[in-house]
Design a protein around this ligand. Structure first.
Ligand SMILES: [Zn+2]
Length: 64
């Protein structure tokens, strides 16, 4: 039995709190999301996935 830490997330990934430009909803998103992130309230795209990184479409309120 080994005790490897294979599933430790990379330290570069962060969570961002963004504000939807369409409706003002604030939502926490993952900076390394591998698919587009949409606003839960109005379905506006908050960030587009670009191969492991995201391109933000919404304003960042805070880095978590
Ligand atoms: Zn919205």
């Amino acid at each position: 039995m080994e005790n490897n830490k294979l599933n430790v997330p990379k330290p570069k990934s962060t969570f961002l709190k963004v504000k939807c430009a369409g409706c003002g909803n604030e939502q926490t998103i993952f900076s390394n999301a591998n698919k587009d992130v949409k606003c839960l309230a109005c379905n506006n795209i908050l960030a587009e996935s670009r191969g492991g990184k995201i391109k933000l479409k919404a304003k960042v309120v805070k880095e978590l």
